[in-house]
Structure formats: C-alpha cells, structure tokens
Design a binder for this molecule. Sequence first.
Ligand SMILES: [Cu+2]
Length: 123
Amino acid sequence: MTRTLLSRTAIAVLLALGLAGPAFAHAHLKSAVPAVDGTVAAAPSELDLTFSEAINLKLSGVKVTGPDGGAVATTGAMLMNADTTLMVALPAGLKPGSYKVDWHALARDGHATHGSYGFTVKP
Ligand SMILES: [Cu+2]
C-alpha cells in the first residue's frame, strides 16, 4: 500500500517536472534590431530586443554605452509581440562608432537573465 502510494507520488513528480520544463524556460535574447554585432548605415532611432519568452517590463531593461564610453539615454521602454520584444527609443543623431548594449530581463517564471552585445553605426 505504502509502496504503491510512494511510486504513484514519484510518477506524479516526474511527470510534473517533465511537463514543467518547456513552460518555464528562461528569457534568452533571440534577435535584435540593430542586429547583434551588426553594422547599420544610419543612426538607429530605437532598439528592439526580442526574447524567447515574455518578459516583465518593470524588471527588464537595457543600458547603452556609446563610442566615447558615455551612457546613451534611452526612453520610452515598451513591450511588443506578446511581451517578448522590448523596444526603447534612442536619442536622435547617434554618432558613428561602436555601441554596447547591456540587457537584463526577467521572464514570467521569475528567472532573470542578462547579456550584452554590440552594434556599429557607420561613419
Ligand atoms: Cu526560467
């Protein structure tokens, strides 16, 4: 009796773990505009970061560093595409050079992820 109950519990736990896997994935950066490590001919007016999962706007964000090492002010962060794409506006007329984007994201399962990439604005 006890043994049957234990194995039933074990099976239930294994099933729950197996089913929980895909539903509780972390938010990984899938793509970005401008592209990760890409070069653009004109100064972009916004950044779009698309994640593998829906993210929490208040607990996600980006820090952009310009060619001179200074912080670039971003504004108007919002989510699109069923909350998987984070969009932030950039100041007009970004100077040519290399930019670094440090991002952090909180997925709906409560897991935080972060990373960084660069993009270049052509002279
Ligand atoms: Cu997760």
